[in-house]
Design a binder for this molecule. Sequence first.
Ligand SMILES: *[C@@H]1O[C@H](CO)[C@@H](O)[C@H](O)[C@H]1NC(C)=O
Ligand SMILES: *[C@@H]1O[C@H](CO)[C@@H](O)[C@H](O)[C@H]1NC(C)=O
Ligand SMILES: *[C@@H]1O[C@H](CO)[C@@H](O)[C@H](O)[C@H]1NC(C)=O
Ligand SMILES: *[C@@H]1O[C@H](CO)[C@@H](O)[C@H](O)[C@H]1NC(C)=O
Length: 419
Amino acid sequence: MEYETNNWIWDGMYNHPHVFGGLMLTAALLGLSTSYFGGITVPQLPYLWSDSGIFHKKKCDRKHIRVYMDGCFDLMHYGHANALRQAKALGDELVVGVVSDEEIIANKGPPVLSMEERLALVSGLKWVDQVITNAPYEITEQFMGKLFSEHKIDYIIHGDDPCLLPDGTDAYALAKKAGRYKQIKRTEGVSSTDIVGRILSSLKDTNDGENQTETSLHKTPESQPKSASLSQFLPTSRRIVQFSNGKGPGPNARVVYIDGAFDLFHAGHVEILKNARQLGDFLLVGIHNDETVSEHRGKYPIMHLHERSLSVLGCRYVDEVIIGAPWEVTVDMITTFNISSVVHGTVSEYNFSLTGESDPYSVPKSMGIFKLLESPISITTTSVSQRIITNHDAYMKRNAKKNESEKKYYAQKTYVSGD
Ligand SMILES: *[C@@H]1O[C@H](CO)[C@@H](O)[C@H](O)[C@H]1NC(C)=O
Ligand SMILES: *[C@@H]1O[C@H](CO)[C@@H](O)[C@H](O)[C@H]1NC(C)=O
Ligand SMILES: *[C@@H]1O[C@H](CO)[C@@H](O)[C@H](O)[C@H]1NC(C)=O
Ligand SMILES: *[C@@H]1O[C@H](CO)[C@@H](O)[C@H](O)[C@H]1NC(C)=O
């Protein structure tokens, strides 16, 4: 079974972290993407892959415009997803370069997510056709030549924020000169820097909260940490439409339902969504609103409801989301959406059997349509946050530097139109 095959790959990756070469990564990626391109039930291997850690989709007869965009994709968020969505719209096939851990360390400081985790996130996006692992931080003349000749790239894409090399020159000057450069709009309201800031501030809030609960037991709503409220993101109906598949379940489709907070969307989410999707024909994802998450987890999520919804919608295994799903799966919901199975991962932020709360899945369980899915990897929102908190000082330093340029950007920014 394909599910087990992927499990094995992840197990391999996690049990033997030192053996990852380009080859292992490519194999994992192949497992990640096969079900999407090759069909859920008929696993195929429609790729030719070279030893350089790159895989290719089936050769096409018609000339396709191939566009390339690179990035670190550390703490990937819907801003990255939106950039890649826009890049994809400038061509037929989108090739994404994921910068190596070493290059990120050398240029920005330690990444929060490992190469494999960043790779899982990027290849889980529905707009991405190919991934180049261990891309360089800078597009050198040599790498650009390789992109054009070896990877048949037509255009290199970058956001409209200036990107300067250490010597002060434009990083994309070469591509521009060659007439092979296209630009997209930066996505407003979110950045990895801002997310790190929210996590650090939620830590501060939590500590304050702990101190407070010791002195006074009552908690006022104002004293609750509310990191999501730091967001500058303004969700528009258009953005949600851009991310949506716009299709309901077909006739006789088996609808699978999974719910959760999906905060700080990570590789563990991608994997569980992929496995859930394989149990049916249509994956419906319920996203709990900020208050529901706070009530059951004792803390507001880092990303607010609409941000979390966009991240989930950008995932290729997801067909539809419920923005603000109820905590309990009710008979009415199951009927309304014609849900044929309800699934939940074994690795979860909540454990109601421990807290003594009532089981939100008692209805699907009594109907015999509940399934506990083995979570393929154990990363959680808490463990991602924990990494940032552990490296607190390094990230504070890195953040302070980025903070300045962000502030300048917001101070200077003018009307932004387009996508
Ligand atoms: C908690 O309270 C103690 C004593 O009042 C104080 O020393 C400490 O700094 C506080 N911790 C935080 C995180 O505010
Ligand atoms: C409801 O889902 C089942 C599969 O679980 C499917 O056979 C049936 O056709 C669906 N009903 C409608 C009205 O789509
Ligand atoms: C919750 O905790 C119980 C008791 O420790 C454990 O048996 C169960 O597997 C846990 N469930 C989840 C979903 O983590
Ligand atoms: C970044 O800037 C914001 C407001 O401009 C400030 O509240 C925050 O403390 C700064 N963070 C760092 C790490 O300097």
